[in-house]
Design a protein around this ligand. Structure first.
Ligand code: KIV
Ligand code: ZN
Length: 521
């Protein structure tokens, strides 16, 4: 008997839209407060990354949030720019105003549909919830053609009720229907079945979307299962940041579809080589470190420790690597520069790393680079990234000129600081329980501003004892949350820079209001 060669049909590849909500749900992560410039910078990176939709914020939250979304809408080209709105007139009008200058504006409106949310949170009957959703979508459609409707807590809602509210909102003009697993409760099997059910209920032109939270660590698996059930948009964030345990991580979903295209048959428009830079940028600006063992972007994701694995990788990389580091933009260990490098080489290195830095900024950054190269010697790609991402994007009322620390085992640490101000130099001395606290106190004294420290983190930018130290502080000043980072070869200096960055933001009236953030979804 002759053996027949099986005819293998290549899977039809289906496109999946990536809806990035780093700047909205991601910014709802505890302790995260991004200022406008930081949000704009992340939005530009998301556009370079190739996301289809950027959810830029929640405009009703405050005039500052509205302005932040509106700036992104005015300046970022390529992706659809969405603003979030609860299902009421004020929210929708604020979102409409914020996105009005976008090339492709979207209003994303939502209301809760689970029995517990409707009864306990909204205190509304299901019929009234449906009416409100219809009105909201109709109102949103008077401003834009692209309206997304979400049923908050959808995965704990009754399926027939979900189908009913979705049909009604589609008739009212919603073009994308989002199914959030708001509390991270669902499972991949349930999610796939729910999407298959909804797909059967709704007209073909409707884009079904999944929005999964990670409370049980299943957000990525649930998002992928949703796609298998019929979702064609996935809502996710860089590094998986977001409310509580976070959202589905963009980089993991994208690389799962990329690496296992043979199995899933999905593709996204993401430029994978921009992933690592997006991850580093979001981590630095948000002050949320990436765990070393995190898939795709963690420090150890491509590190092989055991001898057997190392031996295998040397013989053939594919023995233990299912994707290569360059594919996600990781060339971090490459030595790029030293203290003899000139300005042209510096500018080229930045361009090679994908940074588009304005000429007037290059001068100030080059001076900083020279100073670091003198003190540290070799400068790696990750050092350059840290330098660029920590650049000054806020008015510099106070600039650290010099500092000195006296400390030892038998004495209380004492810090001296000298800062320049528009009115001339100022000096102060103060003590603290440790060197870092002493310098914070001295800076409070010299500036007359005393934020409260909530979280202090320090990490090395690269490996080795000569690595740059990167300090990140989350602080509170009255009802405002402010985050600052500082980079320097010396940890105390990096701490002082991070602290002064916070103080300069306070002076400039920046930061995220806590009262308002509590009113968010
Ligand atoms: O988790 C959620 O339900 C949300 C909605 C506003 C989409 O973030
Ligand atoms: Zn969410």
């Amino acid at each position: 008997m002759t053996q027949q060669t099986p005819i293998i049909q290549p899977p039809t590849i289906q496109p999946i839209r990536i809806f990035d909500t780093t700047l909205r749900d991601g910014e709802q992560s505890p302790g995260v407060a991004l200022n406008h410039t930081q949000k704009l910078e992340i939005a530009h990176q998301l556009a370079r990354l190739g996301v289809d939709v950027i959810e830029a914020g929640f405009p009703i939250a405050s005039p500052g949030d509205l302005e932040g979304v509106s700036r992104i809408a005015r300046e970022v080209r390529g992706p659809i720019i969405a603003g979030l709105a609860r299902a009421n007139r004020a929210d929708i009008e604020a979102a409409a105003k914020a996105v009005e200058l976008a090339e492709r504006p979207r209003i994303h409106t939502f209301i809760a549909t689970s029995p517990i949310h409707m009864a306990k949170k909204l205190n509304m009957e299901p019929g009234a919830v449906v009416e409100r959703a219809i009105e909201a979508v109709r109102l949103a459609r008077t401003f834009v053609d692209d309206v997304e409707f979400s049923a908050e807590d959808a995965t704990r809602s009754e399926w027939p009720f979900l189908a009913h509210i979705f049909k009604a909102t589609v008739e009212a003009g919603a073009t994308t229907i989002n199914v959030p697993d708001t509390v991270g409760y669902t499972t991949p099997e349930e999610m796939r079945a729910l999407f298959a059910f909804l797909k059967g209920e709704l007209p073909d032109h409707v884009i079904l979307s999944a929005h999964c939270h990670d409370d049980l660590g299943m957000a990525v698996a649930n998002s992928i299962a949703a796609a298998q059930g019929g979702a064609r948009q996935i809502e996710c964030t860089i590094n998986g940041i977001g409310e509580r345990a976070g959202n589905a991580a963009l980089e993991e979903i994208v690389m799962a579809f990329h690496t296992r295209k043979d199995h899933y048959g999905f593709e996204t428009a993401i430029r994978t080589r921009e992933i690592y830079r997006a991850s580093r940028m979001v981590s630095r600006l948000s002050g949320m470190p990436v765990q070393p063992n995190k898939g795709v972007v963690g420090d150890n994701a491509f590190a092989h420790e055991s001898g057997i694995h190392q031996d295998g990788v040397i013989k053939a990389r594919e023995t233990y690597e299912i994707m290569n580091a360059e594919l996600v933009g990781r060339e971090a260990a490459v030595l790029v520069m030293g203290k003899h490098s000139g300005r042209a080489a510096f500018r080229k290195a930045l361009t090679d790393l994908g940074y588009d830095v304005a000429e007037d900024r290059i001068k100030e950054m080059f001076a900083r680079f020279k100073d670091l190269a003198d003190r540290k010697g070799q400068i790696y790609a990750d050092d350059l990234r840290a330098l660029v991402d920590s650049r000054t994007d806020i008015p510099q009322t106070f600039v650290l000129e010099k500092f000195q620390i006296t400390s030892g085992t038998d004495m209380q640490p004492l810090a001296y600081v000298r800062v320049t101000t528009p009115d001339g130099p100022r000096e102060a001395t103060s003590s603290g329980d440790g060197a870092v606290e002493a310098i914070f106190h001295a800076l409070n004294k010299v500036t007359g501003i005393a934020p409260e420290l909530e979280v202090y983190r320090v990490q090395a930018v690269t490996k080795g004892t000569e690595a740059l130290g990167e300090v990140s502080v989350n602080t509170r000043y009255g009802e405002i949350s402010i985050h600052g980072t500082g980079v320097a070869p010396d940890v105390v200096e990096a701490s002082a820079r991070a602290w002064l960055r916070v103080i300069n933001q306070i002076v400039a009236g920046m930061g995220k209001s806590r009262q308002i953030s509590q009113t968010t979804v």
